[in-house]
Ligand binder design. Structure first.
Ligand SMILES: Cc1cc2nc3c(=O)[nH]c(=O)nc-3n(C[C@H](O)[C@H](O)[C@H](O)COP(=O)(O)O)c2cc1C
Length: 186
């Protein structure tokens, strides 16, 4: 029997990656029904890139990583979310998720969404051997390690998880999910 999601929303987790952070923000603030889960690192990174006001002005409900037991994850058990998006996902968060570690708010929402069989869309920022990315004030080139690339591949092998490799693919996956929800799929 398909699950009904009349009142459910997107849960969108932001982690401390500068790569496509602006693009992810711009996209998510246009979604109607979305709550944001912030890692401790992204709270700092949003300030460094001067994006914090964009998020605050959008008046989206935000959950901060301020408790040891990741209290906000309780909402996943209440049926409040139809989809979890983690974008952008740092190599740190992706590696922890792949190893089954849940010791931060974002790694906890990944684990709990998985355990509640809620579909997950991940945009890992380290999916290519060479990435040109903005640092605050300038562009830099970084060379993700084999371990980063391997974890980015492995996260897509989790149950109910779609892994996307660039911002366009991410947007497409989210829009496809919305279309699917409007047709009452699970
Ligand atoms: C300005 C800035 C930009 C960063 N960009 C990235 C990035 O693009 N990818 C990444 O994996 N880590 C990036 N980091 C490092 C992460 O923020 C750091 O690994 C942090 O511990 C990740 O924590 P989280 O996964 O809980 O958000 C950046 C750090 C800073 C200060």
């Amino acid at each position: 029997m398909p699950r009904r999601y009349e009142k459910a929303r997107f849960a969108w987790a932001l982690t401390g990656s500068g790569h496509d952070l602006e693009e992810c923000l711009e996209f998510l603030v246009e979604l109607n029904d979305v709550d944001v889960f912030l890692s401790k690192a992204v709270e700092e990174v949003l300030v460094m890139y001067k994006y914090i006001d964009r998020l605050r002005n959008a008046q989206i409900r935000m959950f901060h990583d301020s408790t040891a037991s990741a209290v906000p994850v309780g909402q996943f058990y209440e049926g409040n979310y139809h989809t979890l998006v983690i974008a952008p996902a740092t190599s740190n968060t992706v590696a922890k998720c792949v190893a089954g570690i849940s010791d931060t708010l974002v790694t906890n929402v990944f684990a709990q969404a998985g355990k509640c069989q809620i579909p997950i869309i991940v945009y890992a920022c380290d999916t290519e051997p060479v990435v040109i990315t903005p640092a605050p004030g300038k562009m830099v080139t970084v060379y993700p390690r084999e371990i980063d690339l391997e974890c980015a591949r492995k996260i897509g092998e989790f149950e109910n998880t779609t892994s996307t490799t660039d911002i366009k693919e991410l947007q497409h996956a989210v829009l496809q999910r919305m279309e699917c929800l409007s047709e009452s799929c699970s």
